[in-house]
Write a new protein. Structure first.
Length: 404
């Protein structure tokens, strides 16, 4: 709901896709600097308490946005600042959130867990935009921001209902934060599977993922459908993502996890081009649903590669590099494609960047097939990566999801 409300406000206030993309990019810019720091902090402190503190901060930001909208004090500058601060919270939240998932399920269910985690996020993209359209029409932006503020309570309740095994600590002095970050980078670089997944993810987020943040501009500037069109496009993308999450486990069982990921990487660019060149709004709605399906398959597949291969003691730091690729690529792509879209048209930009991604994936598959194969190989087959911090934890059996 907040995504739709912010996008509608910025697009209607400025009338330019460039500003819509720039403000949306502010959510992801902080991941470039704060993502690795958040990952290192999550590997040093109690992850659940760390998450609670971040969520409380997010709630305060959402409440501020609601108050500004209710008092007619909303401005482009205020929205940009709040979105940027929310991006800072998001940058340290997501690595921690991703790192606790492998502690809650057995290893063989990790892809399903990652996909369902993405499904609950994208389910909000199905319900939220539909509600946003109704709420904005009935009560204005303040009501949409207010409901979003209340929704953070559900996350706090969820965190209260799970048990997360603590990381093993040693009596040795903790290394400096920058050393912790360097350990994560070294581990990712040394593992061919993780490195390949991160590089292909970066290409995908830069070239294709801006379609998400630019939805309001497409709805308003290309199809002239306003807030209702924005809601329809975002909802369709969310439906596709949820269906992808539900289909991930059976598809992986049939095709294999690596083959499913490679197929999604090959498909996401052409599907993005199909969405960009859709001549009518109804076709765009259908195309973005398919795009949501294959795009989530890329995100879930690359995330699973990174988390399944990372040592538990480095898991949050590897997750922060995943978020760095997502946030950095997405933010830069939003700015570049938003400004280009105002000059040559969003449909052409979306189509060209989609086909450029296809060329990159095909080139990697043909020139370095061993990189693609490494995304399926067991991390246990790789030599250990030396770290400056405490030694990795002893193996801990997955505890499952336990209610307190």
């Amino acid at each position: 709901m907040e995504t739709v409300a912010v996008g509608v406000f910025v697009t209607q206030t400025t009338g330019q896709a460039a500003w819509t993309g720039t403000v949306a990019a502010l959510t992801y810019v902080p991941t470039v600097l704060l993502g690795p720091i958040g990952g290192a902090l999550a590997d040093r402190f109690d992850r659940r308490r760390f998450l609670v503190g971040v969520i409380v901060f997010q709630t305060l930001l959402a409440a501020t946005l609601s108050v500004l909208a209710a008092t007619d004090s909303l401005s482009l500058a205020a929205v940009a600042v709040i979105v940027l601060l929310a991006g800072c919270a998001f940058a340290v939240y997501m690595p921690t959130f991703s790192a606790i998932t492998p502690d809650l399920v057995p290893a063989e269910d990790l892809l399903g867990a990652m996909s369902l985690g993405a499904a609950q996020y994208n389910l909000g993209r199905v319900v939220g935009p539909a509600l946003a359209g109704l709420v904005i029409a009935a009560g204005g932006l303040a009501w949409a921001f207010g409901v979003n503020t209340l929704s953070f309570g559900a996350v706090l309740v969820a965190l209260a209902l799970i048990k997360i095994p603590p990381l093993r600590r040693t009596e040795e002095a903790r290394p400096r934060l920058l050393v912790n970050i360097a350990d994560g980078v070294r581990a990712a670089r040394a593992d061919v599977g993780i490195r390949t997944a991160l590089l292909l993810l970066l290409a995908t987020t830069f070239l294709v993922s801006p379609f998400i943040g630019l939805v309001p501009a497409v709805a308003i500037k290309v199809f002239d459908t306003g807030a209702s069109g924005t809601s329809a496009l975002v909802t369709s993308q969310g439906v596709g993502a949820v269906l992808s999450a539900l289909a991930a486990t059976p598809l992986a069982a049939r095709l294999g996890r690596r083959r499913l990921l490679v197929t999604a990487l090959l498909a996401v660019g052409p599907v993005a081009a199909l969405y960009g060149l859709a001549p009518r709004f109804a076709l765009a709605v259908a195309a973005i649903g398919l795009l949501g399906f294959v795009y989530l398959a890329v995100l879930s597949g690359t995330s699973t590669v990174c988390q399944s291969r990372a040592p538990r003691a480095l898991r949050a730091r590897i997750a922060s590099l995943f978020m760095l690729a997502v946030g950095g690529g997405h933010a830069l792509g939003l700015v570049v494609q938003g400004w280009l879209g105002d000059r040559v048209g969003l449909p052409l930009v979306t189509a060209v960047t989609g086909m450029a991604l296809l060329a990159i994936v095909v080139a990697v598959r043909l020139l370095r097939p061993d990189w693609m194969l490494a995304m399926e190989a067991s991390a246990e087959d790789q030599p250990p990566v030396p770290v400056a911090g405490p030694p990795p934890d002893a193996p801990v059996p997955p505890p499952g999801l336990n209610a307190t």
